[in-house]
Design a protein. Structure first.
Length: 226
């Protein structure tokens, strides 16, 4: 059995009785040659926060919109949002943004061509406060583009994200925690730049599609010898 994270392996063992010795953990990999960093200039007074994924309750996207409201109202930052994806919560999220007078662009589902790369190049931070996860592609893609990731440490996210080194790991994903994390990152240039550099290093060393394919081949070869 192949899983994308250690947590998924533990769940498989606990619920389905899968023998851990017969499980391979192979994290998702992305095309690092396509998801390249942009030359976008950073302005701490004009922040764009993005989310990419299914718009459903477990993704907790409402906290992203409310965090934007806090940054605008309490700290005077011209914070905007881009929400990429679709799902059953979209209408409620659009209503929330309108009620808070927060400028958020809802793009709908993006293609896996230039559209998705352009999304990462347009944002300053990726917020991912989801309550349940495997290993989201959006987190890896943002890291490859050197976009600082602020994500809740659940599922496979906690396997790849090291708080303060290659991202910011949220404990709860609540609105205040998310807003504070983004604010601190926007004000701390050395931290932000260190995270961006280490994100790219993380992808190239362990989460590229090349590395993923090598791990799959090793797993198949190991099974074939038994």
């Amino acid at each position: 059995m192949i899983t994308v994270s250690e947590e998924v392996s533990r769940i498989a063992e606990r619920i389905y009785g899968i023998n851990p010795s017969k499980t391979f953990v192979i994290p998702n990999g992305i095309d690092a040659d396509r998801f390249l960093p942009s030359s976008k200039e950073f302005d701490p007074q004009t922040l764009c926060i993005g989310f990419c994924g299914r718009l459903s309750a477990p993704k907790n996207v409402g906290s992203v919109i409310t965090a934007l409201h806090i940054l605008r109202e309490q700290f005077g930052i011209d914070a905007t949002g881009i929400i990429a994806g679709d799902g059953p919560s979209r209408r409620n999220l659009e209503s929330l943004a309108a009620s808070l007078s927060v400028p958020v662009k809802f793009t709908g589902q993006l293609s896996h061509g230039d559209q998705i790369v352009s999304f990462y190049h347009a944002i300053d931070f990726l917020a991912h406060p989801s309550t349940v996860e495997g290993l989201p592609q959006s987190v890896l893609e943002a890291m490859s583009c050197k976009v600082p990731v602020v994500a809740r440490a659940v599922g496979g996210v906690k396997d790849v994200l090291i708080d303060g080194w290659n991202g910011i790991a949220l404990k709860s994903g609540c609105t205040d925690e998310l807003a504070t994390a983004v604010l601190n990152l926007s004000r701390d240039t050395p931290l932000r730049e260190r995270i961006s550099e280490n994100e790219r290093i993380t992808i190239l060393s362990s989460h590229s599609d090349v590395v993923m394919c090598k791990r799959y081949l090793q797993a198949y070869e190991s099974v074939s010898r038994k």
